[in-house]
Design a protein around this ligand. Structure first.
Ligand SMILES: Nc1ncnc2c1ncn2[C@@H]1O[C@H](COP(=O)(O)OP(=O)(O)OP(=O)(O)O)[C@@H](O)[C@H]1O
Ligand SMILES: [Mg+2]
Length: 457
């Protein structure tokens, strides 16, 4: 069920829209003025407000601003009789989700409303998934709403409660560590230890004794019996980070942990049973290591029971603003700075940057920027030079394409409304006939609407 508010000072228009949208799925209210509409908005949370633009004394634009402030998640669709490009662009900039030019056919309105609400429904489902994961389990530090990231979370949620061995893959800084911890916290092992070992950080012999423990006298320096870390993790989760660099000799012993759930301490022949869940991670392509014979195939298949791939940040750019704000909050709190956000240009620069170091690099950049920022906003100047230069040309091209799309759309709507009559369309759009003709040619609309003999000089 979606709640919709229709706002227009013309009663006939209100009725028209209300009838057009009559549907069991929609719960509809109407208001004849902006103040009346705001009374509704203060009282209930609407999914969508459909408002006329030209109303006095307060306009649809005023309503848009107020709604975005009172209830930021409510979508606003503008109806405008004056299809001027500037107002539509301005409304979109202020957060309107769409606009429609009056008069419009019933079907077009229905289609646009259905489209907006479908997007809302998806958002709602995503939020539900996040809330379930994060509020119920207290994992607040996993940020991201992009479809690829939600896909990862969905998988995490599904496999976490099982005892399945998990292989996490992904470039450096994509969050393999945080995901491993999240899996542990979401499992029935949450109250037991989570122990991580970086397999690349230790020389072979030391790694072996760290993992499996040793008995006194097993090697020089083994002055007493010592429990290995896998044993320490009993009942909990053992995280093998950078599994790709584990030596072959240790791989065989690890296989035993996975297959028989036992370990053998260095210098001892006895098998000791252990109950641990193994999560392994790698930022290398294990297939390469397999081909070169540096990684045992049987171990690979044992580890790869469930594979979770963490996509690089550049493949989920929608998460950049969320993560950037998340880190901004963290660091401005830590450094006791009252920074409210990023300027548009700074955010654009971040959105454009390729982030070879992924989330870790973004975190770093924000940390630095917070330290540098002198005002309330993080500006482009607070970003590293290589991030700054990532924007510019291609950036401007994209904005221009977006504006062109809006303009083409408006001209097309106006042409249809005026049955292709140039003079009337131009007047309707508030531009000269020559300008209109030029734009029609630019957007490939000229042939469609006007016989070429009609073209102005
Ligand atoms: N989704 C996320 N939400 C919030 N913080 C994240 C997220 N993903 C990663 N981070 C943060 O980014 C940094 C890098 O993440 P992490 O250490 O998990 O990466 P990694 O994949 O293990 O990298 P490496 O391969 O270099 O070990 C950490 O500070 C982590 O907290
Ligand atoms: Mg890591």
């Amino acid at each position: 069920m979606f709640k919709i508010l229709i706002v227009d000072d013309e009663a006939s228009m209100r009725t028209f829209v209300q009838h057009a949208l009559a549907d069991d799925e929609y719960d509809i209210r109407t208001a004849a003025s902006v103040p009346e509409a705001l009374d509704h908005v203060r009282e209930e949370i609407f999914d969508l407000v459909i408002t006329d633009l030209m109303m006095v004394p307060l306009s649809g634009m005023d309503l848009l601003r107020a709604v975005k402030e009172l209830s930021p998640e409510t979508e606003v669709l503008m109806m405008t009789a004056y299809g001027t490009i500037e107002t539509a662009v301005q409304a979109m900039k202020l957060g309107a989700c769409d606009y429609i030019t009056k008069p419009f056919p019933v079907d077009e309105l229905r289609l646009r409303v259905a489209h907006v609400l479908e997007r809302k429904r998806l958002q709602r489902e995503n939020r539900w998934l996040r809330e379930e994961l994060f509020q119920h389990f207290g994992i607040e530090n996993l940020v991201g709403q992009s479809p690829p990231f939600l896909h990862v979370l969905e998988k995490v949620r599904r496999v976490a409660p099982t005892d399945a061995t998990i292989l996490l893959t992904g470039e450096t800084g994509t969050g393999k560590d945080v995901i491993a911890r999240a899996i542990h916290l979401l499992s029935r092992r949450a109250s037991r230890p989570f122990i991580a070992v970086n397999c690349a950080a230790l020389p072979e012999q030391l790694l072996e004794s760290e993992l499996f423990g040793h008995v006194k006298g097993a090697f020089t320096g083994a002055v007493a019996n010592r429990k290995g870390l896998i044993e320490e993790a009993a009942g909990g989760t053992f995280f093998l980070d950078e599994i790709g660099s584990i030596p072959l000799s240790i791989q065989a012993k690890l296989l035993r942990v996975l297959e028989q759930k036992t370990i053998r301490r260095v210098g001892e022949n006895r098998e000791i049973p252990v109950d641990v869940r193994i999560i392994a991670a790698t930022n290398r392509d294990l297939n390469d290591a397999l081909r070169r014979g540096e990684f045992r195939e049987d171990l690979y298949y044992r580890l790869n029971v469930v594979a979770i791939h963490l996509p690089p940040l550049r493949a989920r750019r929608e998460d950049i603003p969320l993560l950037a704000h998340h880190f901004l909050r963290q660091f401005s709190q830590r450094d006791q700075k009252a920074i409210v956000g990023f300027t548009e240009a700074a955010m654009t620069a971040l959105m454009k940057y390729a982030f070879p170091g992924n989330v870790r690099e973004l975190r770093h950049i924000v940390e630095q920027a917070v330290a540098l920022a002198s005002g309330q906003w993080i500006t482009v100047a607070d970003l590293p030079a290589h991030v700054r230069t990532a924007t510019t040309a291609s950036e401007e091209r994209e904005l221009e394409t977006a504006l062109n799309q809006v303009e083409r759309d408006l001209i097309l709507q106006a042409l249809r409304r005026n049955e292709g009559h140039l003079e009337r369309t131009a007047r309707d759009l508030g531009m000269s006939r020559v300008t209109l003709w030029r734009k029609m040619k630019k957007y490939g609309l000229a042939k469609r609407f006007v016989p070429s003999s009609d073209s102005p000089q």
